[in-house]
Write a protein that binds this ligand. Structure first.
Ligand code: MN
Length: 239
């Protein structure tokens, strides 16, 4: 039976009203990997979020706007992008719950790796172009299915076990990145300018964050589908 995978959603405001939003590529990637998606939006009171996450066997933290730097003790720099307090609350509550359930497989993508890190106690680079000397282009203009920069995968990590150790060409749609990984997390991949492109929680079967967008590349690069397949496999094992 397909395990339920909770997909944490963002919100967008259109014509004055807030909409729950989730790019379909995440849903398709979870379904193609053998999971059943359960969209989890921000809700208040937040015990509604707790209840939704009790129902799932795995969690996918999707991309979205910048995490408010107040959550890692910094003032906003000029280049900080859009911030969404509801999405921050959703991710904060979710991480609190998941922190107590280490056996739950978690995959964080783009903003997902960032909020995973922040709400476990780590920090971010607010803006790569203005803060990292000699940084490469992490905001590509090419289509999402096309990889534009290399990453090197750390041997012996869960990421290496899942995707293999060979360098990978990934897409890149971020101006922020993990600065200091949270306690208990290890770096599992970097781009050639040293920017952190993946982290994972030590001692967990699968708790991985990636800075790229595998959901946009899976149809062209089967190797990346393994991230979603592993998430679903680990979720099945829990039930
Ligand atoms: Mn990148």
């Amino acid at each position: 039976m397909r395990p339920l995978i909770g997909i944490l959603c963002s919100t967008t405001t259109t014509t004055g009203s807030e909409q729950v939003s989730c790019p379909n590529a995440y849903v398709e990637a979870v379904v193609d990997a053998g999971g059943a998606p359960l969209l989890v939006p921000y809700a208040h009171p937040t015990e509604a979020i707790d209840r939704a996450l009790e129902a799932v066997a795995g969690v996918l933290i999707t991309g979205g706007p910048d995490v408010d730097p107040v959550h890692y003790g910094e003032e906003p720099r000029q280049a900080l992008g859009e911030v969404n307090p509801h999405r921050d609350d959703l991710d904060r509550v979710a991480m609190r719950i998941l922190n107590a359930r280490h056996d739950m497989p978690v995959l964080g993508i783009c903003r997902g790796i960032q909020s995973m890190n922040v709400f476990c106690g780590g920090t971010l680079i607010q803006d790569i172009p203005s803060q990292v000397d000699g940084s490469i282009k992490h905001s590509q203009s090419a289509p999402g299915w096309h990889g534009t920069h290399s990453i090197d995968i750390e041997p012996g990590t869960v990421l290496a076990e899942t995707l293999g150790q060979d360098p990978l060409t990934v897409n890149s749609f971020h101006h922020q990145a993990v600065a200091t990984p949270a306690d208990g997390f290890a770096v599992s991949a970097r781009s050639r300018d040293g920017v952190i492109e993946a982290i994972e929680r030590s001692g967990c079967s699968f708790w991985v964050g990636v800075q790229f967008h595998p959901e946009l590349m899976v149809k062209k690069q089967e190797r990346l589908a393994k991230l979603f397949e592993r998430l679903v496999e680990e979720a099945k094992r829990r039930r």
